[in-house]
Design a protein around this ligand. Sequence first.
Ligand SMILES: Nc1ncnc2c1ncn2[C@@H]1O[C@H](COP(=O)(O)OP(=O)(O)O)[C@@H](O)[C@H]1O
Ligand SMILES: [Mg+2]
Length: 250
Amino acid sequence: MSELLRIESLSVAYGAGPVVHGVSLAMGAGSVAALLGANGAGKSSTLRAIAGLEPAQGRVVFDGQDITGLDAAKRFRAGIVYVPEGRAIVTDLSVAENLTLGAYFVDSRTRAQRQQLVLDFFPEIANRLKSPAGLLSGGEQQMLAIGRALMSAPRLLLLDEPSLGLAPLLVARVYERLARIQQEQQLSALLVEQSFHAAAKLASRAWVMRHGHIVGELDAQALGSREGRQRAIDAYLGTRADAAAQALPA
Ligand SMILES: Nc1ncnc2c1ncn2[C@@H]1O[C@H](COP(=O)(O)OP(=O)(O)O)[C@@H](O)[C@H]1O
Ligand SMILES: [Mg+2]
């Protein structure tokens, strides 16, 4: 698997000081990786910095190219597409119009093809195309937000807490669709979650983040094993003083 994204010593600071401290990670093309951690751990800041939406220190390498100096628009054009938490869709626009926004600059034929693909993955929104997006349920809005991102044919999808505010059944459904998209489209995604179990099923690699630091890393095997998951949860919660050290690979 070739490397798609690598961040080196990434730090993000706001007025009150740094909230992400020298985070490094790498992921391969065609894979899903997850950044897990409690509220306030620095997950969104990390993801937004990768998208170029927060000023950051460190280096970001995308598909072998150093993109550290590129702004958010250029990173988007390079194929890095960020889906913010809280499903930032345009509630006044229809479902179809929201999808169009995701592929505004492509020709109408390509746009129609991509829309068909998105609607195949998310039939829940297929018969709501003319409805104002604000009338969709929370789960449908999340599907629309992901669908809109897919309209731009991303090379790397950055998903910020797709499970946020959704009932467990809907979380499972959204993740089931993401798994299908990953398999059928070789989607590459870095997702951020507080909800550990949903992400653990989809990701083949995960990092646990706490207070702006990576305190644990899990490979596919660890994600699939009870012990591995428990170690990560300990690191995540910081319930044991040595959890961070234990969660690191031997
Ligand atoms: N725009 C901002 N200005 C100032 N502080 C921020 C801003 N965004 C996030 N923070 C702070 O940075 C820390 C990390 O936040 P965030 O990256 O959103 O964490 P997470 O996504 O893991 O919940 C938190 O303490 C949060 O209050
Ligand atoms: Mg967040």
